[in-house]
Design a protein around this ligand. Structure first.
Ligand SMILES: *Cc1c(COP(=O)(O)O)cnc(C)c1O
Length: 393
């Protein structure tokens, strides 16, 4: 087997050794419950509160506006479900988009069954929502706008500042699933008028199963997990101290190197895009060319079945994805690619490659070479492609 090339950083990232080192003492030396009153527990309590301060500082938020959770999915669930409860007297209408992560979309479907009304905004061919459509969708009974910061499949970055301004103008709370964005692009909650935000450590080289929920103090959502008084009595359960320490350490590393890492990754990514689009016929790049996460490349190859492509890349030691890790295993094409207007047969031939700052030019060159050979091979076995070529000439 060739050396592994990991290009699925939108699904999860490698834990940084420095992050592991920061976490280790809270497994082995100070395993105390931060809520206990003896001196031994003071250190873990301090570690948790320092982490909270670190995260708040990065967002321009207040320390008591950060709640540690089990990750992105939990934070998304909290925002949506608890908003419905908190604003029951105002209404039951939520605005979101067709391209959200399933943590938002499936929660919306659940809420629809409970009597909520959801508007799913369209996106254009690049995955961008229309601000005009958003504003027109707002009604007196609208309780929440939930729009992702950046899309996990095609990397498109939504106009968050403008969305926040519209939400603010109409007095509607604005939640953003920033799981792909936090640690990768700058976020200041006040400037962007964000009222709630979800993030997850394992998407920026931190540990899995830990994330945070930012909730502005003026937004008073109820407890999501009942029990002990942890997280200001809103999310019960003994604090995941090593996870929280790892989250903060990973965030520190990500944010302090954000600009240089972003530029470095985008350069390697653009080389990959350039090679694929020029060397592989009938390939297209999905997502926005500029307003895009620096690590994301998402392609469609006509006359190719995405799953076959993934299996053949895997045989060459290349980890890639056809869309989101959560939908793999199902044969439905990605809801995001359908939302940007791709027909089923083209959406089926999709490939998502997501890089990290560790990804080298040599690696993406190897991927481009492999991809070229694999696409050629798969097309040579496709009667559709044969017909197509015949008709072309
Ligand atoms: C990964 C991801 C999630 C889910 O986060 P978990 O921490 O794995 O629960 C939610 N939203 C987006 C956009 C994601 O990429």
């Amino acid at each position: 087997m060739d050396k592994l090339i990991y290009l699925d950083n939108a699904a999860t990232t490698a834990l940084k050794p420095e992050v592991f080192e920061a976490m280790k003492p809270y497994f082995l030396e100070n395993y105390s419950n931060p809520n206990s009153i003896y001196t031994f527990a003071q250190q873990s309590k301090k570690a948790v509160e320092d982490a909270r301060e670190t995260i708040a500082g990065m967002l321009g938020a207040k320390t008591n506006e950060i709640y540690f959770t089990g990750g992105g999915s939990e934070s998304d669930n909290w925002a949506l479900k608890m908003c419905v409860e908190a604003l029951a007297s105002k209404g039951k209408h939520i605005i979101t988009t067709k391209i959200e992560h399933h943590a938002v979309l499936h929660t919306c479907e659940y809420l629809e069954k409970k009597g909520c009304e959801i508007t799913y905004l369209d996106v254009d061919e690049y995955g961008m929502i229309s601000l005009q459509q958003l504003e027109q969708a707002i009604r007196p009974d609208t309780i929440l706008i939930s729009i992702m910061f950046a899309n996990n499949e095609i990397g498109t970055i939504e106009p968050i500042r403008e969305i926040g301004a519209i939400a603010n103008k109409h007095g509607v709370w604005f939640h953003t699933d920033a799981v792909q964005a936090f640690g990768h692009i700058p976020i200041q909650v006040d400037e962007l008028h964000i009222d709630m935000l979800s993030a997850s450590a394992h998407k920026f080289h931190g540990p899995k199963g830990i994330g945070f929920f930012y909730m502005r103090n003026s937004v008073k959502l109820g407890a999501f997990v009942h029990g002990g008084a942890q997280e200001r009595a809103r999310r019960a359960g003994t604090s995941n101290v090593p996870g929280i320490v790892g989250l903060a350490k990973a965030a520190e590393l990500a944010v302090s190197h954000m600009e240089e890492n972003g530029a470095k990754i985008a350069k390697v990514r653009d080389h990959l895009i350039e090679r694929v689009l020029t060397e592989i016929p009938f390939s297209r790049l999905n997502g926005h060319r500029q307003e895009r996460l620096p690590n994301n490349a998402n392609f469609c190859f006509r006359f190719i079945e995405g799953e076959s492509l993934l299996i053949m890349l895997d045989q060459k030691g290349i980890c890639a994805s056809s869309g989101s890790a959560c939908t793999s295993g199902s044969l439905d094409p990605s809801h995001v690619l359908l939302a940007i207007g791709l027909p089923h047969e083209i959406a089926h031939g999709s490939l998502r490659l997501t890089l990290s700052e560790e990804t080298t030019i040599e690696e993406v060159d190897r991927v481009a070479d492999s991809l070229k050979a694999i696409v050629e091979r798969l097309r040579s076995m496709s009667p559709l492609y044969e017909d197509f070529v015949k008709n072309q000439s």
